[in-house]
Design a protein around this ligand. Structure first.
Ligand code: EAT
Length: 452
């Protein structure tokens, strides 16, 4: 093991109450909102693909024209209560909001820049309103902060000379001041989600990333920080040069989940973040985005996939320029939330089911407190029958379709194929969306007929 000054601060996952709470949430609402929601992927009458929050870069918009958008950021239809209601409808237990994205615009009245909410027509403290509304509903708030800042004069992608080093040192000082400001203004925040840390300039300053994590945890005990912030003494990111995870959970899964399903992922805490359109985080009004919205059952599959490997799933919403949520995204939230309302006991507080193999037709999840195992069937076989392979030595005693107490299905016969392998005919099981069964199991106590 190398002796690292700025490496991982622990070898094992955190087991304190704040981390257990974050781990048990399983479902979060990501929100990307800023000036980019105004053009919404369209500039000078042309749709620009792959460019909602990336529009100023892709469309090469002059800085002064981008900054002028602040004058149109009136928040005419922004209502933090309505946003929080969407999180409740989704069944989200936490929310992560972009306090400052790559363009440098701040959703709070920062004392360290002029590019913030205070210099917009309404002057409203968006972060303050959101923290109040979400916490009133018992939903934890986390802050996304982009270290990458396209606007700040001292930002550098690389450090070529002393002048660059001096400038970037000024930038890191500015960013640290903003992070102290966020921690002081909003001390109830439960986590920080860092982004924009892949450039050489940041990787050469692992000490700063270590200092940021230390400062936040000193000011907000229990606060949760993602691995994406961190670089070590040698510029290694997420995982230090000794192979240990930095930060409190792995956050490299951006618009992707662990594929193929791999039990090794369950060794540490992690989170996947996902867009509802194919690739747009900020609201994009064009057909490129709006014709690619995910189906609610795809979202349910992703939630169960993450839970089955001990990870959280952070589903992104891109509110429109006036502050209203996009109706199509709200509808998806409602449908997923209704499914969670019936089947959430297989997700919330659940994780990897030790000893259960990946079944192919969905996922096994296990309640971390009770040990109850669930089967989440997201890809029903054409035969209508699923093969249930239990850990060796166990047998299936019964199964209960969630949300259907007393339903005839629950007396449904199933058959042993061999040893700990059973087959369940799903016929007669009805549910809105993927089926979930609570499995009643026991140890095989006597000889069993081996049929296959
Ligand atoms: C969570 C996501 N991370 C940002 C991002 N910036 C990128 C720059 C290069 C490649 C991928 C990126 N993703 C996206 O804008 C979104 O905020």
């Amino acid at each position: 093991m190398m002796d690292l000054k700025y490496g991982a601060s622990r070898e094992k996952p955190r087991e304190d109450a704040a981390m257990k709470r974050f781990r048990g949430h399983r479902v979060g609402q990501f929100i990307h909102w800023g000036l980019y929601a105004l053009p919404a992927g369209r500039w000078e009458g042309k749709d620009v693909e792959f460019a909602a929050e990336f529009l100023p870069r892709v469309a090469k918009i002059p800085q002064h024209r981008w900054e002028a958008l602040a004058n149109d950021f009136t928040l005419a239809d922004f209502d933090a209560e309505r946003w929080a209601d969407t999180a409740v409808a989704l069944g989200a237990r936490y929310m992560t909001i972009t306090t400052k994205h790559h363009d440098g615009f701040c959703l709070w009245p920062s004392a360290h820049t002029d590019f913030h909410m205070g210099n917009t027509p309404s002057g409203r403290d968006v972060l303050g309103e959101l923290v109040a509304a979400y916490e009133a509903r018992g939903i934890d708030v986390n802050f996304y902060y982009s270290v990458l800042d396209w606007r700040h004069p001292d930002w550098r992608f690389t450090l070529e000379n002393d002048a660059d080093n001096l400038a970037f040192a000024r930038y890191l000082d500015f960013a640290m001041k903003q992070l102290v400001e966020l921690a002081e203004r909003y001390p109830s925040v439960k986590g920080f989600w860092f982004d924009g840390t892949w450039d050489e300039s940041v990787k050469a300053n692992g000490w700063w990333t270590w200092e940021v994590e230390r400062m936040l945890k000193e000011r907000i005990p229990g606060v949760v920080v993602n691995s994406r912030l961190r670089a070590d003494d040698f510029g290694a990111r997420h995982v230090d040069s000794n192979g240990l995870l930095m930060g409190d959970y792995e956050s490299g899964y951006e618009r992707r989940l662990p594929e193929p399903w791999d039990r090794s992922v369950a060794a540490h805490d992690w989170e996947a973040c996902m867009t509802i359109p194919q690739a747009s985080w900020g609201y994009h009004q064009g057909p490129w985005a709006q014709s690619t919205l995910k189906h609610p059952w795809d979202v349910v599959d992703m939630i169960a996939h993450c839970t089955s490997l001990g990870g959280n799933f952070l589903l992104n919403f891109g509110p429109r320029g006036d502050g209203s949520m996009a109706p199509a995204e709200v509808e998806i939230a409602r449908t997923v939330g209704q499914w969670l309302g019936v089947n959430g006991e297989a997700i919330y507080g659940c994780g990897f089911a030790e000893g259960w193999e990946y079944p192919g037709w969905g996922y096994f999840t296990q309640d971390s407190s009770t040990g109850q195992v669930f089967a989440v069937v997201t890809r029903e076989p054409a035969s209508g029958r699923i093969r249930l392979e239990l850990p060796t030595g166990m047998e299936l005693v019964g199964l209960q379709l969630l949300g259907s107490a007393g339903h005839p299905f629950n007396e449904h016969p199933f058959k042993r194929l061999a040893g700990s392998v059973f087959e369940v005919d799903l016929g007669g099981a009805t549910s809105a969306g993927p089926l979930v069964f609570a499995l009643e199991t026991g140890a095989i106590t006597g000889p069993v007929a081996e049929k296959e």
